[in-house]
Design a protein around this ligand. Sequence first.
Ligand SMILES: [Zn+2]
Length: 580
Amino acid sequence: MLSGTSTCNPKELAQAALAPALADGPDQVEPARHGDSRPTGETADLLVVGDIVTNNPAAPTAEAMAISGGRIIGIGSRADVDGLVTASTKTLDPGGFILPGLIDPHMHIWTSLLTYPNVDLSHELCPTLDDVTKTIKEAVSKAPDGQAVCFKNFDPSLYPGEPVLTRADLDRIAPDNPVLVWNASGHFMYVNSLMFKAAGITDQTPDPPGGTFERVDGKMTGVVGEPPAEQLILKGLPQPSMDDIAKYIREILTACAAQGVTSVREAATGALAGPKELALLHQLNGAARFPVRVSTAQFAVLPGHTPVEVAAMWKAAGVTPFSGDEMLRADAWKVVSDGSNQGRSGYFLQPYLGEDNGGKADYTPESLREALKAGLDDGWQVMVHTNGDAAVEFALEAYEELLPQYGDTDLRHRLEHCSFTVDQQLTRMAALGVSPSFLMNHVYYWGAAFRDTILGPTRAGRLDRVASAYGAGLRPSLHSDYNVTEVHPLLSARTAVLRETKADGKVLNAAECATPEQALAAITTNAAWQIHADDRGSLEVGKAADFGVADGNPWAGDHAGWADIAFQATYVDGEAAWQA
Ligand SMILES: [Zn+2]
């Protein structure tokens, strides 16, 4: 399920491929108002009974939960809630464990659409090169001749000899269809002759600036490098229809629900097509309620516009802080300050292992302040993507200069990924009230690579410091950055406790292991707090009746098994949101 070695997929590619399709979408941002339409009464319209796990330390378990208008009005023993039950109260006894809905406070719907429908060639699904060939052949055989077939997540570095798929290979495997295979990094794609033809590219086509069409003796090999060249290939593919886009969005959100998730934050809304993206989400949620609540972070960057102009664009579309409703709400302002550590473009105080390069910042100090200020001036919570320790430093300096000018706002500004930090940075974050959200499965998937080849063991040990963040008095959350990793909060929490790398099972700096309670708070109450949803994350009187039904209880069980807990259903506002 792991897809890509770059944090946040290449936006310019997704933009080129999807923005024209999105241009047909609605302009007006019109909330559907599902979330706050039902009044809370004195007596329960729904009684939930079973093994209820509350995530409320004062009363960790319950046997009954009384709900009215989507809110919890009583929770405890049967006798505790008896007085709230009337003849018209419905009863739900779902079996299994009833858990508070989990929260992914940073994932991507829009940029994930670029490769969403592609056939998965990840090493997990295709452990040998023969499996790769077989999967391509099978997928192509199901498509009519001439129809393009696309594949994702092929990672040559995981096969002996690091084989690439050449044009000749793909012509042999798929002679009758244009074929495109994405390298898992996103930096390369492999295409066959018919794909070149569909894109109008010949051996004579020059390399675009910043991109390469690999050639041997003047003939293209089929290896296409970097977004400017990849973009020319994407032009040979049909645009997804609005119906396709709508379907993919619902499938992505449904997959979140299947992991017990009831709230997500989309962490770069508008990155492809500006406010039209939010308008479309409202339209879709209006037509049929989403299976999870969506909180959006408005993206500060649109090519050709200053951050101040982008902020004005959102305002003109009717999008202001906390506008929308409790199902779909605009909550934050998103700025990206550096690249990806595994792509060696994260911004570090010291160079990468064995290199002169320490990455670079996406902004000058002045332009970063300008981007933050555009959001702060409009009253947004700000999220700054920071991967390297120098990027954290850079963002902290900007926050330290700007935040005092806005007084005590309780906006709960954040650093996203906040992947590598030095001690005093965490202390300074605490002083500013800026909290980290960690892409925790960096440790699981890339921990060994950071330790052995990218950063060395000492720096790698400073990846995703959950224990130190708690030690500094911070309230960290954990996120997937989907589709960089899968939306699976219990896997993220497991990684926070164990810090095992997938490659060799070794622990990456045991001193940073979270306690089980800390890890679970980071995917529930802390994540809720970070997305300004204080009424979620635990099951208590006054909170939303957002819960999942699972075959295990992570609050009592062995954390090594957390990722294997299966969900049967989720409920949002006490209403069925998803069923297995
Ligand atoms: Zn992201």
